[in-house]
Design a protein around this ligand. Sequence first.
Ligand code: EPZ
Length: 422
Amino acid sequence: MSAIQIQGLRPLCGSVTVQGSKNAVLPMMAASLLAKGTTVLCRVPAIADVYAMFGILESLGCRCSLSDGTAVIDASRVEEVQIPEKFVKAMRSSVMVLGPLIARTGEAVTYYPGGCVLGKRPIDLHLSALRSLGAEIREAGGMIVASAGRLRGTRIRFGFPSVGATENAVMAAVLAQGTTVLENCAREPEITDLCGFLNAMGARISGAGSNTLTVEGASELKPCRYTPGADRICAGTYLAAAMAATGEIAVKGVEPGQLAEPLNVMRRMGAEIETDGKASGIRLRMRKRPRGIVLKTGPYPAFPTDLQSVFLAVACTADGESRLTEEIFEARFAAARMLRRFGAQIRLDDRTAAVTGRSPLTPAIVCAPDLRGGAALAVAALAADGISLIEGCEHIERGYEDICRDLGELGAEVWTIKQKFG
Ligand code: EPZ
């Protein structure tokens, strides 16, 4: 288990280039199954979830490699249709392999991914969309067995704009016979990016960025070379870090438009933000403690649930009261228990956290409860008057290529401890 130590109360100063987007890359890796041949993805972060997806693809017969940010996936031969249970349990987003695997082979066997610290995480919307496209899906004993001839275009209206279900349906529909119209889709930038990738493979998807996608089924797709967008959640994490520590930083490579609502929240909390509209990034200056905030998470373009934990950490050191309401996941306040070790004053009531900020926070020894909760603990440590230790950083490594490197480039005093046992 790896751990990191952080010296707090050091204003940040520096710039960092943001890694490629985890939540754009993972569906693209799954979508590489749709083309016989070798797909090349650039700006791929070397994170645990990417390697887990490699494991899934290799278990299906693909050959995968990652070097200097370039992933090469040879999906010429897909000889297996069963996703090993160990990968499903390790990474919930393995469910997004279902759609492309059924579209490619006509079969797929997987398992219920199970809940996680964020909540139950059902996949009913995924399965109902695939059934609507003509897949026969049987569920028994935690297993999911899917089979289909060629999928057939149809009209699907999602009961909730689920990111994963939208992605699964699109990746199944691109090889279906006829046209598929998807309504009430999620509109996250990662879905727009996925549609761009699929169209580069020869798919015909229109409406990307809106809540209605139209997919003209193709008979086959060709592999391609593609560069996904930057990780807006990593960018938002580092901007939140500078708000907690104060200072002046720049995050490069991210499109400011993808963070419009978080930037509004940062301004309301007292940050000075400069953007020039292109993907050259965002500059933030924080001269003093942030002000308290009231925010609610929601489907894009609302405030993203993936930044709720890190802004909860900023609220813990803010001047005044804050209220954060989590509308996407029913249990995404796991970080609160660990934030209290920093002296944070957080009261939880169902889906709302009420916070009374204080500064400085107290250095603490804490353990990351999940990916974004772990990042939140690093943000809180930057506002603590001393050295803090964050254990369980394997959670953080699922989504951040090297949070120590990136925070260090922003001027934070942070170092990794590889704890050896036995
Ligand atoms: C994606 O998860 C992201 N993961 C999550 O990021 C992100 O938090 C989430 O979208 C919301 O933006 C990836 O892209 C790999 P959802 P996903 O389906 O697709 C309910 C991170 O930290 N739901 O939009 O699983 C579900 O329970 C991760 O990077 C159903 O009820 O999210 C939740 O309450 C965490 N039935 C809500 O919808 C379904 O079939 C949103 O889930 C599917 C989802």
